[in-house]
Write a protein that binds this ligand. Sequence first.
Ligand code: G3H
Length: 261
Amino acid sequence: DPEAAADDFRHRIKHYEKTYEQVGDDEGGYIRRVDAGARVEVNQLQGYLPSRLVSFLMNLHLSERLIWLTRHGESIYNISGRIGGDPDLAPRGERFARSLAAFVHQRTGHANGIAVWTSSLKRTVRTAVALERPSLPWRALDEIDAGVCDGMTYDEIHTAMPDEYAARARDKFRYRYPRGESYQDVIQRLDPVILELERQQCSVLVIAHQAVLRALYAYFTELPAEDCPFLPVPMHTVIELRPHAYGCDERRIPLAPLLEQ
Ligand code: G3H
């Protein structure tokens, strides 16, 4: 009963008021969100991180929506075990694109009630084509930059650059490919994507790559950043996240069976 629920809620507020102490303006820096962010008050704040926090807190909301994370369909580099590059989709990857479109249409209807984001690389942009909806390509969603190892297989890296291979095996999180990136770098460049994901009130489908999706997944499921390089993000699977006040529900929807039909 909505009236009973509202009444119960008002009682809860009364209960909180018994112990709630309002921070004073002379007590130092603070950020206060009033009425679930309808108003944000900032007092005596300065510096980079506090100002980043202000925009982060301004973008939080309580609307229900889904975040779908998926890797692009299988590419010709996936088949040959090569990393990086800007390869085309393989035939199985094209089939995944169609399965993904069928899944999204079935879940959302044909209305544009969902935002579709890709990286700037061909394999994610082409995975989005069958959706027949506008999509937004983000450079920040591009795969980890493998620098001088771009386009190589892991065996080739092992043979040609054994020291680099060993260094990455020792500390996969901090290791930066020569003239490329580390997982730590990827997390930093995802900052604006995360802020924008928090801000969106509609559902968002993110079609990207293994390393960046590991980082986004770790953020929403509150896993330590250092776990990122080892998180399973299988191909041809949609990870459905439903953020709520104190966490995030998760479901994994493999679309692979459709590919064999
Ligand atoms: O380099 C491309 C991969 O998607 C990232 O995988 O960090 O486990 O090597 P990896």
